[in-house]
Ligand binder design. Structure first.
Ligand code: GAL
Length: 689
């Protein structure tokens, strides 16, 4: 048997889910889709699987308030009572992500309008216009009624507000948005002169002389003003957040339980999660694998790392993932045996203190009937159910991990404004993608066994040995100054192409491309030299001045090249061909006590290995020495270090251990190398004292 836990969760557990005394385990529970006699069976099965938490009532508005102002809480009382009696705690949802038909009928103006003027709903789900007074009032009415009734219920240990703000639509072009956007702009700019200057309206004669003429950027004959679109993205995010804050505050009038809402880290760039993270009591996330990607577990790791970063390193809740296939991708691939556990342990290793699923019992009707669940259509005589029960039992052995923390030596910039700006039209090459560069650099770091935080360019970076800035197109001058100060103080910064190009208004920096990073990198960009589709070029890397030498390696670049002007940096890679043969391609620059690297072309994950090996050495990052495909993450708490090892390969692997360990899943003592069989997971505790 595993030993008694040595780590007692610390003060960061203030406001945690009272009464959930283990790693939280469960999922979305939609009992209204089933006759009541199934509910008792559900609770019995939840106990069998070790489920201790469910998210309840996420889409139940029409049943809870069948007519405006008329509530029916009887069924919810009975469900919560059954769960409570069975020891299952509840994250009670506010159902405002699926408005009832009567609300649409009474207030058609409150529907979301898309860019082309098409109104959305009813009959699906997704919020109504976030700035529509009728929606906001109705959402607060049902939220308040739920909080009043259940705010002190002992089974209700937290609040799940709404569902995935930003999905399925985040931009609304309704008359309400029009009014609210103008108000938001007046507040932001104070005067039309300031707005005209920020938006650069002298271009194409877009100058505004009257606030009433300022519009949401709906469809236009040609590209809309990019600064206007960027502000609309900011405004739309703020409008969604205002909906959350209003519901949260209504709940707080009646309940002291923590309030959260489920994010979609990495899959919904329209919500600035760093801003949202400041508003929730506990950060929560949903994650689904992209089935077409056989290396989806790397994307999963990045989503988990972003969630932890948004939570400021504190533990977070995984509120949804899938036991097997989803239903909404072009080809919905079932998870292989053991894959659900590997996914779960990767989230856990990266800081999640809950493992939850969409959903508890598979739906018989509706758009998601082919989505997997904890109780599949096949029932309990099934592989999925057996794996669900096993996972619950294993999580029950890991209570002592709760509250322990993950340490990252590497930071990767993740800046929502840069996403919003870079993804607009009329960029130098449609081959460039902020997200693609982030994914590729993250993949390299993952393969090399480094744990990564995803950070904003303006935050304190002093704790990181290496900061990577992949295609940070929009970079405010003060954020660039922060990166420069990081290098000056001894940090290693790596910047990839198309970075530091525009300011917060999507206007090119006055001193030219990449000018704000010139001190840190010792180089700037005279002209972009993007490649034709399908073309590639050669970078001679590590060569001496004559283009040869023992370390010289040819690397293939695609998509992009720059005409660089050296301002102190040394070229460590030179274009052997392409649009600027002989020009610097990769540079390195000592600045203060640190170093700035610049990579001016698109290197794939294999080519990056060569460059990154030198960057790691410069940053003092030791190679992990772990076989590729064996994911190893560590959490520390008290005097314990927990190593979560996940073998994604089809071969058995060995993990060298620095000290004797205890396997928390089996209770076995482990010394020397720990065996991690193909596809398996191990959780090992060592003592750091
Ligand atoms: C999530 C959503 C769930 C369910 C799930 C299916 O985005 O929050 O309600 O639809 O997708 O994968």
């Amino acid at each position: 048997m595993p030993e008694t836990p040595s780590f007692v969760p610390g003060p960061q557990y203030d406001g945690w889910l009272t009464g959930v005394d283990q790693i939280a385990y469960g999922g979305d529970y939609n009992p209204e889709q089933w006759p009541e006699d199934v509910w008792a069976e559900d609770v019995r099965l939840m106990n069998e699987a070790g489920v201790n938490l469910v998210s309840l009532g996420i889409f139940s508005w029409a049943l809870l308030e069948p007519r405006e102002g008329e509530f029916d809480f009887g069924w919810l009382d009975r469900v919560i009572g059954l769960l409570h009696a069975g020891g299952v705690r509840v994250l009670l949802a506010t159902p405002t992500a699926a408005s009832p038909a009567w609300l649409y009928a009474a207030h058609p103006d409150a529907r979301v309008i898309d860019r082309n003027g098409t109104p959305m709903g009813p009959g699906g789900r997704g919020l109504m216009a976030p700035t529509a007074p009728a929606y906001r009032e109705a959402a607060l009415r049902i939220t308040t009624a739920l909080a009043e009734r259940y705010g002190k219920h002992p089974a209700v240990v937290g609040w799940h507000v709404h569902n995935e703000y930003g999905a399925p639509v985040s931009l609304d072009y309704s008359v309400h948005a029009q009014r609210a956007f103008r108000e938001w702009l007046r507040e932001r700019y104070g005067s039309l002169d300031a707005l005209n200057a920020a938006w650069g309206t002298a271009f194409w004669g877009q100058h505004y002389a009257d606030w009433e003429h300022v519009q949401v950027p709906a469809a236009t004959a040609t590209s809309a003003n990019p600064a206007q679109q960027l502000d609309f993205a900011r405004f739309s995010d703020a409008a969604l957040r205002a909906c959350f804050v209003a519901e949260r505050d209504a709940i707080r009038e009646h309940s002291t339980a923590p309030v959260t809402t489920n994010f979609m880290a990495t899959s919904c760039p329209s919500t600035d999660l760093f801003a949202w993270g400041r508003e929730v009591d506990i950060v929560s996330n949903d994650h689904y694998l992209w089935a077409a990607d056989p290396r989806g577990h790397v994307g999963l790791a990045m989503a988990a790392d972003l969630t932890r970063s948004v939570a400021g390193g504190k533990p977070w809740l995984l509120l949804e993932h899938s036991t097997s296939a989803v239903n909404w991708q072009p080809r919905n691939v079932a998870k292989r045996p053991g894959e659900m556990a590997r996914n779960s342990f990767s989230h856990l290793g990266r800081g999640a203190d809950s493992i939850m699923f969409f959903q508890w019992r598979a739906s018989r009707s509706g758009a998601e009937k082919f989505h997997s669940a904890m109780v599949p259509h096949a029932g309990t005589e099934s592989r999925v159910w057996r794996e669900v029960v096993d996972l619950g039992a294993n999580l029950g052995r890991l209570t002592e991990l709760r509250g322990s923390r993950v340490h990252a030596d590497v930071a990767l910039l993740w800046d929502y404004e840069s996403f919003w700006a870079q993804d607009l039209e009329h960029r130098p090459s449609e081959g460039t993608s902020h997200r693609e560069r982030i994914d590729t650099y993250y993949d390299r770091l993952w393969r090399d066994g480094h744990i990564v935080d995803l950070v904003r360019p303006g935050q304190d970076l002093s704790g990181y040995k290496l900061v990577v800035a992949p295609a940070s197109y929009l970079l405010r001058a003060d954020d660039a100054a922060n990166l420069t100060a990081y290098v000056e103080a001894g940090g290693t910064l790596l910047v990839s192409y198309f970075s530091g190009i525009v300011d917060e208004h999507d206007a090119v920096h006055p001193a030219g491309y990449m000018a704000p990073l010139r001190d840190a990198l010792g180089v700037w960009v005279e002209e972009f030299l993007p490649l034709r589709d399908g073309d590639s070029l050669t970078v001679r890397y590590g060569a001496d001045a004559a283009g040869a030498g023992p370390g010289a390696t040819d690397l293939t670049g695609t998509v992009w090249a720059d005409d660089l002007v050296l301002a102190g940096a040394e070229p460590v890679g030179t274009y052997a061909d392409g649009p600027k043969p002989g020009g610097a391609a990769i540079t390195r620059h000592r600045h203060g006590a640190g170093t700035g690297w610049y990579v001016s072309t698109n290197l794939d994950v294999d080519a990056l290995a060569t460059v990154m090996a030198d960057v790691y050495a410069e940053a003092g990052l030791a190679p992990s020495g772990i076989v590729e495909g064996l994911e190893v993450v560590r959490r520390t708490g008290g005097d314990a270090e927990y190593t979560v090892a996940i073998n994604h390969t089809d071969d058995d692997a060995k993990l060298p251990l620095a000290a004797p360990a205890t396997d928390l899943l089996t209770g076995d003592a482990v010394t020397g190398d720990a065996d991690v069989p193909a596809g398996a997971v191990r959780v090992l505790r060592t003592t750091t004292r």
